[in-house]
Design a protein around this ligand. Structure first.
Ligand SMILES: [Cu+2]
Length: 459
């Protein structure tokens, strides 16, 4: 785990986030932006009521009229492109184009609409508690699995995995009344830091964090007709955001694209997209390409069920557990790193993933750096509602075998990803617990504060 990349990722994200900076371009084959306007895609919780209504109305309009509706045709296109566009590197480019085509249709109905995204990592402990469901409806009802609450109650869809049959929108949550835990931000962040190899990163994200959301929501989301469920667009917009953030990490990842295509050829930037013969992979690599022209909001400060906010953190005076003497100087990084509780360092140094790779790296150096990121960088006195020290992560429930088989996801490798994720999550929970018990906050602060900047790279 290369924590040193964390800072680099930050810098890049900030630079790329401005989207229009044609001068001083370090990437010779990039054209400067031709966007007349950059649309911002926001996290669902960042929309006001007017934005929610306009988005929902536009989506519903697309599914009106004689069948197949325009909406049905999007689902059909996804089904037709399914084999090439899943379990192959074009997964991310295809879905970027697919989502943008959908957004263009919505904007033809209402130009003020942009695609929202659902940052489900915020809700990773219990995704069914997410506020998205109060609009999109909750689980399907028993027996029929028809969604019968929310704005898509009585919504009908046409396409199925094999053929057409007009049916109600179906959901079949994995735990019946709720959705079990999925992958937290810490896992997504580590996955992004871990590799600059596109094929490795895409494979990991597609199979586990992408797949689990489809599999747990179930019903129409369980197979290649998944765009039937309007939550599909918000799920995939978040995945697209993850890709954008990974691309923004450094100069190697910006244009990284590799792996093996469906036809056995090596993946190249000049490949055309499945179902979009006029669009090449290279056309959708940058969000300021003329046909894209959107950017993503920062969702790191959005509150949800994934971040515990109610558990109080002991103040300096009352914190239980072993403590070290406070250092004489608390306002620089050096003094903070010297103040590490040795037990925490020892414990973290020993933690390994299922490959035997150290999670917080050798000698505590990276752990110390991580500590700094958590505490030193976050202590700018800007009080934020989330409280890392009381954060406790849940290990994602296993993805059902039936879903993995249907998607052609290799079972042993997904099980290994799940085991690695579990190890990482336990290590983080240990770290957060150590923080609560052992850490003396810097000058004047009675508890950890979180500042906005470092969390931008939290993925
Ligand atoms: Cu798909």
């Amino acid at each position: 785990m290369k924590i040193s990349l964390f800072a680099a990722a930050l810098t890049c994200l900030v630079a790329v986030g401005t989207t229009q900076s044609p001068k001083g371009n370090h990437y010779p084959h990039e054209r400067s932006s031709h966007c007349k306007r950059i649309h911002q895609r926001k996290e669902w919780r960042q929309l006001d009521n007017g934005e929610i209504n306009r988005y929902v109305n536009a989506v519903r309009k697309l599914n009106e009229g004689p069948r197949p509706t325009k909406y049905d045709n999007f689902v059909k296109l996804h089904l037709d492109g399914a084999d090439a566009a899943h379990t192959h590197p074009v997964f991310f480019p295809f879905h970027r184009q697919f989502l943008r085509a959908f957004e263009v249709e919505l904007q033809a109905i209402d130009p003020s609409v942009t695609l929202p995204y659902w940052d489900w990592s915020i809700d990773s402990r219990r995704p069914s508690d997410s506020p998205v469901w109060s609009t999109f409806g909750h689980n399907g009802v028993p027996d029929t699995h028809c969604v019968s609450d929310g704005v898509f109650a009585q919504w009908t869809v046409l396409n199925e995995m094999n053929g057409t049959r007009l049916h109600c929108l179906n959901r079949d949550w994995n735990d019946n009344t709720f959705l079990g835990p999925i992958f937290p931000p810490e896992y997504l962040e580590q996955t992004a830091r871990d590799t600059d190899d596109y094929a490795v990163w895409w494979n990991t994200i597609e199979r586990a964090p992408h797949g689990i959301v489809h599999a747990f929501i179930g019903g129409d989301m369980f197979d290649m007709a998944s765009p039937n469920d309007p939550i599909f667009w918000l799920h995939h917009a978040f995945l697209d955001k993850l890709w954008f953030e990974w691309q923004s990490k450094n100069s190697a990842t910006r244009w990284a694209y590799n792996g093996t295509n469906l036809d056995g050829t090596q993946a190249r930037l000049n490949d055309t997209l499945p179902q979009y013969p006029n669009v090449r992979v290279r056309d959708v690599m940058l969000l300021n390409n003329p046909q894209l022209c959107y950017r993503y909001s920062d969702s790191s400060m959005v509150q949800g069920t994934g971040i515990a906010t109610s558990v109080p953190v002991p103040s300096n005076a009352t914190a239980p557990g072993p403590r070290r003497a406070p250092p004489s100087r608390r306002d620089d990084t050096a003094s903070l790193t010297q103040d590490l509780p040795s037990a925490a360092v020892d414990q973290a140094d020993k933690a390994t993933d299922t490959n035997g790779r150290p999670i917080f790296a050798i000698g505590g150096a990276n752990y110390r750096q991580h500590w700094d990121i958590l505490y030193h960088n976050f202590t700018d006195r800007q009080q934020m509602p989330s409280n890392l020290a009381s954060r406790s992560l849940q290990v994602p429930s296993p993805i059902p075998k039936e879903y993995l088989e249907r998607m052609n996801y290799d079972l042993p490798s997904v099980r290994k990803m799940e085991a690695d994720a579990a190890t990482l999550i336990h290590a983080y929970n240990d770290l957060y617990a150590q923080v609560t018990n052992n850490y003396n906050c810097p000058s004047g602060a009675s508890k950890p504060y979180i500042s906005k900047t470092p969390l931008q790279a939290w993925y």
